[in-house]
Design a binder for this molecule. Structure first.
Ligand code: UD2
Ligand code: MN
Length: 567
């Protein structure tokens, strides 16, 4: 019945054993591979210290000074690619069970745009992401090299990150400098995840950073969320806890500020909270919602303002912003820009014209770019309140814009966005308070010169009168309640025992200002309460106190914005 050759028994057994061993081998290989996959993403550079590949990668980078990067490069190069960072979030965040959406509906794309970042720093950012993000959720990391001078960076980086499997890596290169706003938009277009996270290239994500953000996003699809940013010191690279009692906001000059967060009844510091603006540029939201909102306004140039623009757009057009203190990401806050600002138009003639304007306004390219971007925000979203911005930033009136607002108006209609007064009423009462707190604000002008305080470095607290169109010109505020005349740095104009005009830290006792720092307005004069003398600019750059003469031009001072009718 069983025709053909029959093998002797021993040979047959050894064959079966051989097959079994092979099967087992493959079985373990598959299991092991999956386990490696699940526990550790696949980078070759998930380093043991002194990993020679990582060291070689760093050493191939261009040699640059500390000033070039504005942080301690030497230290960054010697630290490990991944290091332990202190747990900075509240202990209750660790015990909380997060209700996460299923991973197939919550794929995260991380977009990192960088210009001239040190190799060790960029890699530390990436490795911290790979190490501390649940692999099920980390879909891809999109790196956009914004025309850095290190031309072989991607070439050298690619092999270490591998080319197969999740998270996927994408390497985009701008041949010409486009700025971070354009580059982040490109990254978001390239992305295919459900959510997009924008991250700077000198960050370290802390343990468990993602889950608290995902939990909030799953609850409210139109939300944008930010972690609390921890502070990495640019000199010591020490990692310090960031403050969860601060929220993001801006003033009428459209400068970003941290504002005090007030806790509601029963609210704990670690609870997520609404914020007028995200934690700077580090934020995560639905990718589709981001694109529907028109991404970051692509008319904004190079650096600055985009997170304020997106925040206003989000709030006015049906979204919200929350900061989530259980999520922590460390960021190096540098004291100065580590890069140049190129002149910002690509068309030669316009570029020339623009540069001439900037020179005439005595603006540096960085200031001109920021002013340009702020002007776009004011024109796009502030409605009539844009006059408040122009009053504080008169130079912005002369910055040319090269586009129309047609598309933006369309977006506002399509998404049925509220007007800006809604933002003042519902989102940032601080901003509307600023409208009522001051009797007058802005530059303080006498004839064609403005009163200026060159900065805290000047130990004599010297006051001078200079050209009003300098962008760093001091902004003054005359407070309704206290009569103090203060700079943004909280130095107050006062009078000393010799009746000399002084500038000293603003003094308050029992909620009333020191008498020597109190002023009131009489017509366009500034009268010192205690001495009844008037502020005067008798010769071009000097400031004195003198008996009031109501017709003296040298005693007539105008703020750029007067909130009270002058008597
Ligand atoms: C803050 C924000 C940043 C962004 C910026 C305003 C945080 C932590 N950072 O920046 O996200 O909102 O304000 O626009 O809140 N870069 C380019 N191309 C350029 C210039 C910069 O790709 O032309 C990169 C740069 O390498 C860095 C990122 O953009 O990764 C942000 O620049 P930054 O770190 O110099 O600015 P920062 O932290 O003051
Ligand atoms: Mn940064």
């Amino acid at each position: 019945m069983f025709g053909g050759r029959s093998y002797p028994l021993p040979r047959c057994w050894s064959f079966y054993i051989f097959i079994c061993v092979i099967c087992q081998f493959f079985f373990y290989l598959v299991i092991l591979r999956n386990r490696i996959h699940a526990e550790k993403p696949r980078s070759e550079w998930l380093p043991h210290e002194n990993n020679s590949d990582w060291r070689r990668f760093i050493s191939r980078g261009p040699k640059r000074s500390e000033e070039y990067y504005q942080y301690n490069l030497q230290l960054s190069n010697t630290l490990e690619a991944i290091r332990d960072v202190p747990r900075t979030r509240h202990a209750s965040c660790d015990s909380h069970t997060y209700s996460l959406p299923p991973s197939r509906q919550a794929q995260v794309s991380v977009v990192i745009s960088f210009h001239n970042e040190a190799r060790s720093m960029l890699l530390r950012t990436i490795i911290s992401l790979l190490r501390r993000t649940p692999t099920d959720y980390l879909h891809e990391i999109i790196l956009v090299d914004d025309a850095s001078q290190d031309k072989t960076l991607f070439e050298d980086l690619r092999p270490g990150l591998g080319s197969q499997g999740r998270p996927w890596f994408f390497f985009l290169t701008n041949q010409r400098r486009k700025g971070l706003i354009w580059s982040r938009n490109m990254g978001a277009i390239q992305a295919s995840g459900d959510y997009v996270l924008f991250l700077d290239s000198h960050c370290e994500v802390n343990e468990g950073w993602l889950e608290p953000l995902l939990e909030r996003l799953a609850l409210k699809p139109n939300l944008a969320v930010s972690p609390v940013l921890d502070l990495i010191d640019p000199v010591t690279l020490g990692y310090k806890k960031g403050n969860e009692l601060l929220k993001g906001g801006f003033d009428w000059s459209l400068h970003f500020h941290w504002l005090k967060r007030d806790l509601a009844n029963q609210e704990l510091p670690e609870h997520p909270f609404k914020s007028p603006v995200s934690s700077g540029g580090v934020l995560m939201m639905s990718r589709k919602w981001f694109l529907k909102l028109g991404s970051f306004n692509s008319n904004l140039k190079i650096w600055g303002g985009e997170s304020i623009e997106l925040a206003i757009k989000l709030w006015l057009c049906g979204g919200q912003i929350e900061i989530v203190p259980c999520s922590r990401i460390g960021h190096i806050f540098r004291r100065h820009h580590a890069f140049d600002f190129p002149p910002h138009s690509h068309e030669q003639q316009q570029q020339h014209h623009q540069q001439e304007e900037e020179q005439e306004l005595e603006l540096s390219p960085a200031q001109a770019t920021y002013l340009h971007n702020s002007k776009i925000i004011a024109e796009s979203w502030l409605d009539d309140y844009k006059n408040m911005f122009y009053a504080l930033k008169p130079a912005a009136r002369r910055i040319p814009l090269n586009h129309t607002f047609h598309q933006l108006h369309q977006l506002r209609t399509e998404l049925q966005c509220h007007r800006f007064d809604w933002y003042l009423r519902h989102v940032s009462p601080e901003l509307s308070l600023m409208l009522y707190e001051f009797a007058a604000t802005g530059t303080l002008r006498n004839e064609d010169r403005c009163l200026h305080h060159p900065g805290v470095k000047d130990s004599r607290q010297q006051l001078i009168l200079v050209n009003c169109y300098r962008d760093d010109i001091t902004q003054w505020s005359l407070f309704r309640s206290t009569g103090q005349l203060s700079t943004q740095r909280e130095f107050c104009l006062g009078v000393d025992l010799h009746q000399e005009v002084t500038l000293k830290p603003c003094l308050r006792m029992n909620n009333t200002a020191s008498m020597s720092q109190q002023w009131h307005r009489m017509d366009t004069h500034l009268v010192h309460n205690e001495t009844h003398l008037c502020l005067e600019n008798p010769v071009q750059d000097r400031l004195v106190l003198a008996p009031c003469r109501w017709h003296a031009v040298s005693q007539s001072f105008q703020f750029s914005l007067e909130m009270e009718r002058q008597t």
